[in-house]
Design a protein around this ligand. Structure first.
Ligand code: GDP
Ligand code: MG
Length: 162
């Protein structure tokens, strides 16, 4: 069985962009509108010769109030099948209530969770991640999914702790 890596996080933080980066496809739908990935979405990827499965999740909501609860439902479903979780947050928006809600779910599971601070291009790493230490999943990892910055460092850490 290949290890399963789940991408969870609020809508619009860049999960699908990271999915595409990891799987080197454009399969996942990336959009400026939150909630575009309607279901869980699977792809193959490999790191250092180790193949693994990536699961993208997304919220779908008819209205804004619905989005976080839908994202939460997707998060729960993805967690059941995950071996490791990348908890994606947005360095530009900073720490949000929705992140805290997801963190609460993640605390209940017995899997490694890595906080990925996306959209960190052009920022000093330590500054980008500082406030996300409050999520209490260890040192957050500043990356840019869109540019590919620091993705291989993140993966090295993830696979070291799998
Ligand atoms: P999802 O809802 O979490 O799947 O987020 P998406 O992958 O659909 O991305 C939402 C928006 O954020 C899109 O406009 C992306 O182009 C943008 N985005 C994703 N990753 C990055 C990044 O590393 N840097 C910046 N600046 N924008 C990003
Ligand atoms: Mg998406």
């Amino acid at each position: 069985m290949l290890p399963v890596l789940a991408l969870v996080g609020r809508p619009n933080v860049g999960k699908s962009t990271l999915f595409n980066r990891l799987t080197r496809t454009r399969d996942a739908l990336v959009a400026d509108q939150p909630g575009v990935t309607r279901d869980r979405h699977y792809g193959f990827a490999s790191y250092d010769g180790q193949r693994y499965i990536v699961v993208d999740t997304g919220g779908i909501g008819q209205d804004d109030e619905d989005i976080d609860s839908q994202a939460l439902a997707q998060t729960r479903a993805a967690l059941e099948e995950a071996d490791v979780v990348l908890f994606v947050v947005d360095s530009r928006q900073g720490l949000m209530g929705g992140d805290e809600m997801i963190a609460e779910q993640l605390r209940r599971i017995d899997r490694p969770v890595h906080v990925v601070v996306n959209k960190s291009e052009g920022q000093v790493g330590a500054t980008a991640v500082a406030e996300f230490h409050a999520l209490a999943f260890g040192d957050p990892w500043a990356v840019s999914a869109i540019h590919g910055d620091r993705i291989s460092i993140l993966l090295a850490h993830v696979f070291e702790h799998l």
